[in-house]
Design a protein around this ligand. Sequence first.
Ligand SMILES: *[C@@H]1O[C@H](CO)[C@@H](O)[C@H](O)[C@H]1NC(C)=O
Ligand SMILES: *[C@@H]1O[C@H](CO)[C@@H](O)[C@H](O)[C@H]1NC(C)=O
Ligand SMILES: *[C@@H]1O[C@H](CO)[C@@H](O)[C@H](O)[C@H]1NC(C)=O
Length: 387
Amino acid sequence: MAFIHVNIRCLYTLLICTAFGSTLSSNAEIKVNPPQDFEIVDPGYLGYLYLQWQPPLSLDNFKECTVEYELKYRNIDSESWKTIITKNLHYKDGFDLNKGVEAKIHTLLPGQCTNGSEVQSSWSETTYWTLPQGNLETKIQDMDCVYYNWQYLLCSWKPGMGVHFDTNYNLFYWYEGLDHALQCADYIKTNGKNTGCRFPYLESSDYKDFYICVNGSSESQSIRPSYFIFQLQNIVKPLPPDYLSLTVKNSEEVNLKWSIPRGPIPSQCFIYEIEFTEDDTTWVTTTDENEIYITRTSNESHRLCFSVRSKMNIYCSDDGIWSEWSDEQCWKGDIWKETLVFFLIPFAFVSLLVLLITCLLLYKQKNLLKMIFHTKKEAFSHQDTLC
Ligand SMILES: *[C@@H]1O[C@H](CO)[C@@H](O)[C@H](O)[C@H]1NC(C)=O
Ligand SMILES: *[C@@H]1O[C@H](CO)[C@@H](O)[C@H](O)[C@H]1NC(C)=O
Ligand SMILES: *[C@@H]1O[C@H](CO)[C@@H](O)[C@H](O)[C@H]1NC(C)=O
C-alpha cells in the first residue's frame, strides 16, 4: 500500500513539474520542510529550559537564503504563546515546571528567497513534563520568600497536608551565573524538619529569574516537588527609615524629614508612606523624597505626630514589600511647659531629696564607724596590756 502511495505522489509531482517547467519559477510549488529533531532539554536549572532543533531537510534549493524559524511556546494552560523569530538553532527561557511545557516551530523562507511572498513550513511540535511524582497533598504549602533590605534572602514553608512523619524537604536554587543548582546550606528547622532556608550572599542575582525547587523524601510515599520563579528585586523588604524630624516652620507649615534607610538600596529606589496625625485626625500620603512639607489644618493643634515606612518604587522593581513602620516622631505644641511643671520639677525635687538623705546617711555612718573603731582600739590596747 505504502509503495503505491509513494508512487502516486511521485507521479503527481512529476505532472506538476512538467506543467509549470520549474519548481522555483512559481510560488505555488515552493515548499519547505519543518525543522528536524525539535526538542526541549532540561539542563537541571529548575525551570530554565533549552529549546533546540536542526535545519530542515532539502534546503539546498535555498542556499543563498537565510532561513528563519518562528518558535512559539508556553506553559500548558497559559493563555498566550510567546513568539520568537530567530535564525539560531536554539532558544532558552524560563518555565514553570509545576506545569507542562508545549512548543512548536516552523521554517520561514523570506520573500526575497522565493521571488514572492514568505513561505512557511508546517509546524513541528513537542512537549515537556517533569516526571509527575507524589500526589498534590504532599507539596509544601505557604511558601514565602523575602529579600530583606536587598541583602538577605529568606524563604519559609509549611509541610504538605497529608505527609508522613518521616517526610523532610530540601530546597534547591539556581540563577544565571551559577554552574549548577545548589542546595540550601542553612536550613531553618521546626521539630527537626526543614521549614525554611537562609540563603548565603547571592552574587549578581538581581534583575534575573531566580529559580527554586522544594522537593522532599519519605520512606513511605513520594513527595511532589514545588517550583518557584521570581526576581529578587521584586521581593525586597527594606528597613524602615530612622532619624525622623518634625519641624514646625511657622504657625501653618510643617516640615517632615527622615533618613534614607541604611543598606545597599540606592536612595532613588524608595517610595515612602507617611502616616501623619494632627490631634485626633490621621491621614496617609506617599512620596519618593525623604522630606515633605505639609500644612496644618489648624494652627491650634497641640499634637503633631508622624511615622514612615519604605518600599521599593516602580523605577527599581515591579513590586515590593512595605517595611515595618518607623518609630513615631511627635511635636507637642506648648506642652513642654506642662512637661516642666508636671515632670521636671517633681523630678528635681525628688532628686534633691534623695541626695539629702544619702548625705545624711553617709554622715551618720561615718560617726558610727568612728565609734566602732574607737571601741576596737580600746579593746586592742587592753589586750596589749594583758600580754
Ligand atoms: C521572479 O518573477 C519574475 C516575474 O514575476 C520572473 O520574471 C523572474 O524570472 C522570477 N525569478 C525567479 C528567480 O524565479
Ligand atoms: C530534588 O531536586 C534536586 C535538584 O533538581 C535533585 O538533584 C534531587 O535529586 C531531588 N531530590 C528528590 C528526592 O527528588
Ligand atoms: C491662627 O489662624 C487664624 C486664621 O486661621 C489667624 O487669625 C490667627 O492669627 C492664627 N494664630 C496664630 C497664633 O498664628
